[in-house]
Design a protein around this ligand. Structure first.
Ligand SMILES: [Zn+2]
Length: 780
């Protein structure tokens, strides 16, 4: 759904206590195929991914919020847990809904509904004696029958909930039907759950919009209670007959099976859908429409795309605007898989609500823009086929549909691609308070559930950043798996995270989902760079500070640096970090996340701030085999900047031969540190340990010394970006032909500017490893 007025002044509620503390562990590097150049920031294409609706914030939003809260109707009278448990006792297989509209009166915004719904219900419990459904109390129940003819008693435990005492206990998997006959005058709630309005100069229209929990204002159905998280996982197939004056055309879900002409100038439109549908997606609109159909050709055949437009809106421009969804169906197919309801139809109908609403197979829209059409069409995959299980997880609907607007901008015919994507995402930046996840104390507010800033915009950014973390192939493969696992069903954030973790090396994405879905805010960065030369080799030095509000977490994200045309990533995960990157020559320029893959509030380039010393090279190198006869009785340790140290900061121990004594050539302002031995090495495997008593000669920060692999020179430069951490280096001495140094191998293999790619820094607290994760990162 996309409402007309979006956004709100969300409450600033610390959420951190609700988080698991599992943000530790180690980081693996996952890279997209990089881009070697920095595209210019494109101007936003107003026709691509643009928002139809003004974003209302602060004062206006507060006023809207008061209105929205005033629209609240009956409070829930059952404890949420008990209600949800009762919902799990049954599986509604089919709704056979048959209603007639009379006394249609736009002046009072109401009409009379006389109808019945016959539910086919499977018991999922051992002895089902009661069944609860929802129907508002202005409707009278005129008949209730089980299995066609057995009358049953219906009580009304609350003003919106009905309880049926069944004729007997139904065992597990037993199936029965329950027919509820009812009539009454409609009362519209919330967004306008059942509206009687006019268009085109006075033509009446009756239309429904039940999301999130307002189906009970017009039809009897199993559904969650108002202001509760609900449960959208029970989906049913649908027969939907609607009788109205013959001048009305009825648009509804599924396929139109026929129109019966009845006495009294009435017509009965019979729609049906064989695709399971959750309650809030059942909808209709009845009015005078102009309609037409365009075919969508797909690999399996073709599907009708039906349009129902108000006569006053019927012009070539609007028709062309809506017909773009036919192209969109083909554009989304390779990204998401085939349209989920391809055996029936897709449709768009004019409706009297602002924005759009993704009723299954039949979207209501009041506008004609590409962005809105792309958003609502994408909901057919994300929201309808796969539905958020409860309203806590609405971002699985709205964030996905909002990101689809950006994907359409990226992939539509003639698009500039990445610049268009970047521009679309820039239009959805939200870095403020409020979490993407809707906590239980917020599901009583439509404004909090459908918060344009968090559920929509930041929800879209969650996917955008996840795409960067996983890389395109894994991201879209994860979407395919997510769809396959939860199609015709419902999913939670935890379900989606688990699917994504299956596509993430190392498997743990708690760090990502915790900070971006469950917590608030976004990072801001202050960064700088410089270069240095050590032992004839060039290094790029980067400093990164996170400067966002103290109320927000410190964020962990891979950040792209474009260095002279090549892209590398650093894994930034704390307030202040420093990175040392080997390069072949001093770069003329360095760009920080130039393609905007991270939702930052700001990224300010300033002076480089010196960081802790890191080890960039040793002789012998880690993992080296030293020919004893060639050994010069010295061990050299190169830092990226000079250091001070004491003799106790360095040790040399042979596995078999034990500690080996040495003297330090110098201890103050030195680089390299040289260990002078008193004689040749015996054949053995040696460990050099350099403690973090070693400090920078300038600044005094402790050594940043961790190495992921003491036997691998590719672990250099050392460290995790923050001061502290012991370096352990191992090599062998003996009598064999020595191996070439790893440094030489790297230089030989990668004839590019960046030779050893960035150390991806793990969290220092990672207890099991105690060292950082270092992975080569070269992007083509
Ligand atoms: Zn939406």
């Amino acid at each position: 759904m996309r409402a007309e007025a979006r956004g709100s002044c969300v409450r600033l509620i610390p959420r951190f206590e609700k988080l698991s503390s599992s943000c530790q562990g180690w980081w693996l590097v996952v890279m997209l195929l990089g881009v070697a150049t920095t595209p210019a920031i494109a101007q936003r294409d107003p026709a691509a991914g643009d928002r139809d609706a003004p974003v209302v914030r602060c004062g206006k939003a507060e006023a809207a919020l008061r209105l929205m809260r005033a629209a609240k109707v009956e409070p829930p009278e059952q404890p949420a847990a008990a209600y949800l448990a009762a919902m799990g006792d049954t599986d509604v297989l089919h709704n056979d809904l048959d209603i007639e509209l009379t006394n249609i009166n736009p002046a009072t915004n109401s009409c009379t509904i006389t109808g019945r719904n016959t539910m086919t219900i499977r018991s999922t419990t051992g002895a089902l004696t009661e069944f609860q459904f929802r129907l508002r109390n202005q409707f009278s129940i005129t008949g209730a029958f089980v299995n066609g003819s057995t009358p049953v008693t219906v009580t009304a435990p609350t003003s919106s909930t009905r309880s049926v005492t069944l004729d007997r206990a139904y065992g597990i998997d037993e199936v029965f039907t329950l027919r509820i006959e009812y009539n009454g005058t409609t009362v519209s709630a919330a967004f306008g759950s059942i509206e009687v309005r006019t268009h085109s100069g006075g033509i009446p229209v009756v239309a429904s919009l039940s999301e999130p929990y307002y189906a009970y204002t017009w039809w009897p159905a199993k559904d969650g209670d108002v202001f509760l998280p609900g449960d959208n996982s029970d989906k049913a197939t649908l027969d939907f007959a609607l009788t109205a004056p013959s001048s009305y055309t009825v648009a509804a879900n599924g396929l139109l099976e026929g129109v019966d002409l009845l006495s009294g100038s009435r017509s009965r439109h019979r729609w049906a859908s064989a695709y399971p549908m959750t309650t809030y997606l059942v909808s209709f609109s009845a009015t005078q429409y102009n309609s037409w159909t365009v075919n969508y050709a797909h690999p399996g055949g073709s599907m009708p795309v039906q349009f129902f437009i108000y006569p006053s809106n019927d012009n070539a421009s609007n028709r062309l605007g809506w017909e773009k969804v036919v192209t969109m169906l083909g554009t989304f197919r390779p990204l998401y898989g085939e349209y989920p309801f391809v055996d029936e139809k897709y449709g768009i109908y004019n409706f009297p609500f602002g924005g759009g609403m993704e009723h299954q197979t039949m979207t209501g829209q009041s506008a004609f823009s590409e962005g809105l059409s792309a958003h609502e069409l994408a909901h057919q995959w994300w929201g309808d086929a796969v539905t958020c299980k409860t309203w806590n997880h609405i971002w699985l609907n709205e964030g996905f549909a909002s990101y689809a607007e950006a994907l359409w901008a990226e992939h539509k015919p003639g698009s500039s691609g990445l610049p268009a994507l970047k521009s679309a995402m820039a239009g959805m930046k939200y870095t403020g308070p409020g979490s993407v996840y809707v906590y239980d104390d917020e599901v009583d507010s439509l404004w909090d559930i459908f918060d344009g800033s968090t559920s929509y915009d930041k929800g879209a950014w969650v996917l955008h950043m996840l795409r960067h973390v996983l890389g395109d192939p894994s991201f879209f493969a994860a979407l395919a798996d997510y769809r396959a696992l939860f199609e015709d069903a419902a999913a939670t954030t935890e379900d989606f995270q688990a699917v994504c973790e299956g596509h993430y090396p190392g498997g743990d994405l708690d760090w990502f989902f915790s900070q971006w879905v469950y917590e608030e805010g976004a990072p801001s960065y202050a960064w700088g760079w410089t270069t240095t030369q050590v032992n004839g080799k060039q290094y790029l030095l980067i400093s990164v500070d996170q400067t966002q509000s103290a109320a927000y977490p410190r964020f962990t994200m891979p950040i792209d640096l474009v260095v002279g045309g090549s892209t590398v990533a650093v894994f930034n995960d704390s307030d202040t970090e420093h990175f040392v990157i080997p390069v072949l020559s001093s770069p003329a320029s360095v760009s920080f996340d130039p393609n905007a893959w991270v939702l930052w509030g700001s990224r300010t380039e300033g002076a480089y701030t010196p960081g802790p010393p890191t080890i960039v090279e040793t002789s012998p190198a880690p993992g080296a085999f030293v020919e004893a006869r060639d050994f010069q009785n010295t061990i050299s340790v190169y830092f990226h900047a000079p250091v001070n140290l004491a003799p106790g900061d360095v040790s040399l121990v042979g596995d078999a031969t034990g500690p080996r004594s040495f003297t330090l050539a110098s201890q103050s302002g030195v680089n390299p540190v040289v260990l002078n031995l008193d004689g040749p090495l015996q054949a053995d495997t040696y460990t050099v340990t350099i403690g973090d008593g070693v400090t920078g000669a300038s600044g005094g920060l402790a050594l940043d010394g961790e190495l992921i692999d003491p036997d691998d020179a590719a672990s250099f430069p050392s460290g995790d970006g923050s001061p502290g951490g012991v370096a352990i280096i191992r090599f062998q001495a003996g009598s064999m032909v020595p191996q070439s140094s790893a440094w030489g191998v790297l230089v030989t293999v990668f004839g590019v500017l960046i030779v050893a790619t960035v150390v991806l820094h793990g969290r220092r607290a990672a207890p099991s490893l105690g060292t950082v994760q270092s992975q080569p990162v070269l992007r083509g």
